[in-house]
Design a protein around this ligand. Structure first.
Ligand SMILES: [Fe+2]
Ligand SMILES: [Fe+2]
Length: 379
C-alpha cells in the first residue's frame, strides 16, 4: 500500500456498524464478536422506528431469524433510508420469494444462512466497505500491543517490589496507569476483561481488573476527572503489599490454613507501609489500601473498624475488589459469571457493603456482561 493511500485511509471518518435485531438473539452475539475484533458497533432492537444514530459512512446489518411481519421491504426501506446500499440483510430462513422482493427494493447485500457467525458477517462488511475491516484490525492491533506493554510493566512492578520493597519508585508506573486508563476507556468492558485475563502474574492481573471495574464504576457514579484519578490510583495500588506475601501462599491451590491466612491478611499493612513512604502517592491511597478489607459491621480486617470510620472511596474500592476476586480466574478456581458475582455482592449489602453503592454497581456488572451493549468509542 502506498503512503498516500495509507494517509487517505487514516483520514477516513470512523465507520460504525449498527446491528438491528432482537434482544438476546444473534445480534447480541454478533455485537460482542464485532467489538472484540475492534469494530465500533452497537445494537438496536427491532422493531425500530429509525436507525437514528447512523452516520452516512456507517453500515447497517439486520440480523436474526427472518420474520415476514417484521422484516418487510417497506419497513426496512423506511428504516435505513438512503443507506440501503450500506445495509446487510443477514437473516436466516428467508424464502426465495421474499429474497426477490428485497432485491427489487434495492437491497444488494442479502445473506440467508442458518449459520450466522461473526466471521461471515465480517466477510459481508468487507464487501460493503473494506475500510471498516481495515479500521477494526488497526484498533484490535493497537489494543493488543497496549495490553501487552501494560501487562509487562505491571508484572515487572510486582517482581521488583518482591525483590526489594524500597527500591521501585511507584511514581514510575504513573505512565502505565494513564495508558491503562486510556485502554479501558476505548474498549468495552467485556473486551478489556478478556485482555486482562491474559496476564500471567495473578496480583498484577487482579490490580488491573480492580482498576478497570473502578473506572467503570466512577463513570456510573458521575465522578469528575480528578475524583476518577484518585479512585483509579487507589484501585491500582490497593494490593501492592501482596508482593511481600510468599508465592506459596498467594498461589496455594486450596484453602489457607489459619497460620497462612494470618500471613495473607498482613498484605494490607504491607501495602500501607509501601505507599505511605512513597513521596509521590498521597496518604489517602495508603489508607484505602489498609482498609479495603474492612466491612461496615466491623467483621473485616485489619482493625475491625465500622461504618462511620470507612469513607466512600474505600467503600467503592472494596466493592470493586470483591467483584474482581469473584470474576477472575485463578489456578485454584474458575471465574464466576458476572450475574452470580453480583448476587453475592447483593447478599453482602447493608451488613458488610454500602447498599446504595452495591445497587449502583449493578450497571457495571451488566456492562461487563455486555448486556448494556455499550458502543465502543472510536480509537
Ligand atoms: Fe486485598
Ligand atoms: Fe484486592
Amino acid at each position: 500500500m502506498g503512503a498516500d493511500t495509507a494517509k487517505s485511509q487514516m483520514a477516513l471518518p470512523r465507520i460504525g456498524v449498527h446491528l438491528l435485531g432482537e434482544l438476546g438473539g444473534e445480534a447480541d452475539t454478533c455485537l460482542q464478536g464485532l467489538l472484540s475484533q475492534g469494530f465500533t458497533a452497537d445494537r438496536a432492537a427491532l422493531p425500530a422506528e429509525e436507525a437514528a444514530t447512523a452516520e452516512k459512512q456507517d453500515i447497517l446489518a439486520v440480523t436474526g431469524r427472518y420474520r415476514p411481519e417484521l422484516h418487510t421491504p417497506t419497513h426496512l426501506s423506511r428504516l435505513v433510508g438512503a443507506q440501503r446500499d450500506r445495509t446487510i440483510l443477514f437473516l436466516s430462513h428467508m424464502d426465495p420469494e421474499s429474497f426477490a422482493l428485497f432485491e427489487q427494493a434495492g437491497f444488494s447485500f442479502i445473506n440467508v444462512t442458518t449459520d450466522q457467525t461473526v466471521k461471515s458477517l465480517v466477510g459481508l462488511i468487507a464487501q460493503v466497505d473494506p475500510n471498516a475491516v481495515y479500521q477494526a484490525s488497526k484498533t484490535a492491533a493497537m489494543r493488543a500491543s497496549m495490553s501487552t506493554e501494560i501487562a509487562n510493566t505491571v508484572v515487572d512492578l510486582f517482581s521488583r517490589l518482591r525483590a526489594d520493597p524500597v527500591a521501585p519508585k511507584l511514581a514510575e508506573s504513573h505512565q502505565q496507569r494513564r495508558a491503562m486508563s486510556a485502554l479501558i476507556g476505548q474498549s468495552p468492558m467485556s473486551v478489556w476483561i478478556e485482555l486482562i485475563q491474559n496476564y500471567h502474574d495473578g496480583t498484577a492481573q487482579h490490580c488491573s481488573l480492580v482498576s478497570g471495574y473502578t473506572l467503570a464504576f466512577a463513570r456510573v457514579l458521575g465522578a469528575g476527572n480528578q475524583q476518577t484519578g484518585r479512585l483509579f490510583d487507589a484501585a491500582f495500588f490497593h494490593d501492592v503489599g501482596k508482593a511481600m506475601i510468599p508465592l506459596e501462599i498467594l498461589d496455594k491451590p486450596g484453602r489457607l490454613d489459619p497460620a497462612e491466612w494470618e500471613i495473607m491478611q498482613r498484605h494490607v499493612l504491607h501495602s500501607h507501609d509501601i505507599l505511605i513512604r512513597d513521596e509521590h502517592t498521597c496518604g489517602e491511597i495508603a489508607r484505602v489500601a489498609r482498609d479495603h478489607h474492612e466491612y461496615l459491621d466491623g467483621s473485616g480486617y485489619p482493625n475491625g473498624i465500622t461504618a462511620p470510620q470507612i469513607d466512600d472511596i474505600t467503600r467503592i474500592i472494596t466493592i470493586c475488589d470483591i467483584f474482581a476476586a469473584l470474576t477472575e480466574k485463578r489456578a485454584y478456581k474458575p471465574a464466576k459469571p458476572f450475574d452470580e458475582a453480583y448476587s453475592i455482592l447483593k447478599s453482602m449489602a447493608g451488613t458488610k457493603l454500602d447498599p446504595d453503592l452495591v445497587r449502583l454497581f449493578e450497571k457495571v456488572a451488566a456492562e461487563c456482561d455486555g448486556r448494556l451493549g455499550r458502543a465502543a468509542t472510536a480509537a
